[in-house]
Structures are given as structure tokens and as C-alpha cells.
Design a protein around this ligand. Sequence first.
Ligand SMILES: Cc1cc2nc3c(=O)[nH]c(=O)nc-3n(C[C@H](O)[C@H](O)[C@H](O)COP(=O)(O)OP(=O)(O)OC[C@H]3O[C@@H](n4cnc5c(N)ncnc54)[C@H](O)[C@@H]3O)c2cc1C
Length: 379
Amino acid sequence: MYDTDVLIVGAGPSGLTLAASLVKNGVATTVVDRQTAGANTSRAAVVNARTLEVLEDLDVARRLVKEGIQAPRFSIRDRARTLIPIDFSELPTDYPYSLMVPQATTERLLLDRLTELGGTVIRPKTLTAVMQDADGVTATFDDGDVIRARYVVGADGIHSTVREQAGIGFEGGAYQESFTLADVRLRGEAPVDEVILFWAKAGLTVVAPLPGGIHRIVAPVTEAPEEPSAPFIQQLLDDRGSGAGRMVVTDVIWGSRFRIHHRVADTYRAGRLLLVGDAAHVHSPAGGQGMNLGIQDGVALADALAGVLAGEPDSMLDDYSAARRPIALQVVEMTDRLTRLATLPRAARPIRNIAIGIAGRIPAVRRALATRLSGLVYR
Ligand SMILES: Cc1cc2nc3c(=O)[nH]c(=O)nc-3n(C[C@H](O)[C@H](O)[C@H](O)COP(=O)(O)OP(=O)(O)OC[C@H]3O[C@@H](n4cnc5c(N)ncnc54)[C@H](O)[C@@H]3O)c2cc1C
């Protein structure tokens, strides 16, 4: 006897995407999350073209586009000088831009869609253990409840209980620097349809537009404050942006700090236990890929699970792991390279900028970067 076909642990963007896609395919699905309510902070701010493409079938792409800002350009700059201008507008997709939208909005739209399709999230409910046998999985919760499912998916983030219970390794490490992150109001030369990555001598800083006249600032710093203040962000922009006083911070709406790991699970499947999203891979936010990969995992796993439950070969689940894991490895490598280049010792930075400036004049290099950042390379 099964309580459900698929139990999804975690209702972040990866779990919600998987859940809505399964419910749409008529699969009996149960979603649980340990938080009383969904997170309401902005966190991942970029939805890329490939993610919008895979969310079309779920009818979520259209809703996201309505709520986000389209940024068709991404540039890497040293002060006011552009080293690499990346143009998404000529990419072969219906979404030739980065869509700038706070993660809380993305999660709300995914949850709305799940609810519309007849699904729900049970919360707060914390998974404590899973035990699998030949026919299914028995999941135990902190309230003593037990759920029997054919498959259990860990969409439960970086500290995944499902991954730990499955005994799946999570190789990698952590970067030394912490990142500061703030959503601010700016006066002056703030970009309206472009994401700017400043590679200043003092270190990297990203400035990106968000809906509602807000800008996202992200920067690696030696010791990030718990809640960055307006003077702290102002100093960052003066030291690393296009020139002192060119962008003036008038208000900090939300701020946070985070440490970054680079890790990929040894496999995304151990029998009837499967992984998606941050439970399977974490990496630097350089390039804004984290949440995008998780959503794309969710769509791919929904296809595989729906197929297997409809009688197709079980090997489809191995194929899911075999197809998605190398993509995470590539993203970890790309974001690692970007992060290391951006955090080079000061003495090496002028040479780096000259080399990048030369590479940035080559159209093929710019196009390759656009294809990678937009996720279209993983089609
Ligand atoms: C401050 C901050 C800033 C970030 N900024 C960026 C950024 O700029 N760009 C970017 O790409 N990414 C960023 N990220 C990362 C991004 O938020 C994640 O990649 C994304 O949330 C991953 O989605 P997910 O659904 O896989 O996991 P999560 O969003 O982590 O969701 C996991 C869910 O599982 C639940 N859960 C965990 N354990 C259990 C359990 N035992 N039982 C039940 N439920 C459980 C949690 O409550 C949570 O809701 C940021 C993250 C943080 C924290």
C-alpha cells in the first residue's frame, strides 16, 4: 500500500517545479516542507532563457515574464570601461534576455500553478529518515508520521536529509570569501536593462536591476556584515563600480550574507531516492545559474518519473542522473573559473583585465558566453 507515488521533500523552486510538473502529468504527488511558510526573500534574481523555455509547458514562463524585467545585455567592466559586452538579444530563443525577478516571486508563481493543478504543500513537516526496500520507501517525520511512497525526491537544499540518508557523497569545498548581497534603491547611473559585473582592483561586484526600481548588489568581501548598511554598500560601489559617487545608495531594502560551496552529489539516484536542485549541486552565484539548474532538474526528473510510473523502463531514472550531473559539473567549473578570476590577488588584476579585454573583442567568445549564461548550451 502506498500513500503516494512520489514524495517530494522541500518546496523551494526545484521541488515546486517538480511537483507541478508531476501533478500536471497525473502522478500522485505529496510535497512537504519543514518551514511554516515559503521564504519571502529575493535571493536568486536571474531566470535565464533555458529555464523560461522549460517552464513553457507548465504555463509558468508567461507569468514570470509578466513580473520580471528583461535585461538583454550583460557586461563585464573595469570601472567605466567595458571589457566584455554580452548581447543576449540575438540568441535563437523566444526569451533573448536575462529575466530579473526575485526568487520569492518565482516560488510564488510556481506554488500558484501547483495549487491551480490541484496540488498542495504540507508544512511544517520535517523529514527525519528514509528507508527503502525493493517495492518502495518509508519516510519518517519529526511528528512521528510515516509516509509510504514509490519514490522519494530530495529537493531539500544544500543540507539534504535525503542525500545523507541515501549515503550519497557531496564532494567539493567552500570558498574563503563570504558574499554580501543587498537589494537597494539607487540614484545616478544605475542600469535599467543590463546586468553589470564590475571586475575592479578591489574585487568583483554585480549590479542588476530588479522590478519596482530596485537594484541587486552582490559582492565577495573578506568578512561580510550580517546585514549590510547603506554606507557599506555605498563604499563598495565607490571602490568597485564605475566611479565614486556615480551610483548613490538611498535605501537598503533587504540584505544578507552567505558563504559559498562548490559541491556536486556523486549520483542523483540511489535506488528509489532521487535528488534535484541544491541537494544535488551548489556553486558560486557568479553567472546566476543555481536556481536555474534546479528548476531544469525538476522538469527533467518529472519527465523521467512520469515515464517510469507509466510503465517505461526504470533506466530512465539512471538517464536522468547521467544527463543532469555532467551539466552541474560544467556549471561548477564555469562559476569557479569566474569566481577565481574575479578574486585574483590585486597585483594580477591589471593583467587579467587586459587579457579579458582582448578576449572580449572576439565575437565568438562573446557568443559562447551568451549561450552558456542563458543556459541554451544545455538544451
Ligand atoms: C542569501 C542567499 C542568496 C542567494 N543568492 C543567489 C543568487 O544571487 N543567485 C543564485 O543563482 N542563487 C542564489 N542563492 C541560491 C538559491 O537560492 C538556491 O540555488 C535555490 O534556492 C535552490 O533551490 P532548491 O529548491 O533546490 O533548494 P532550497 O531553495 O534550499 O529549498 C529547499 C527546501 O527544503 C526544505 N527542507 C530542507 N530540509 C528539509 C527536511 N528535512 N524536511 C522537510 N523540508 C526540508 C527547506 O525548508 C526549503 O524550503 C542564494 C541563496 C541564499 C540563501
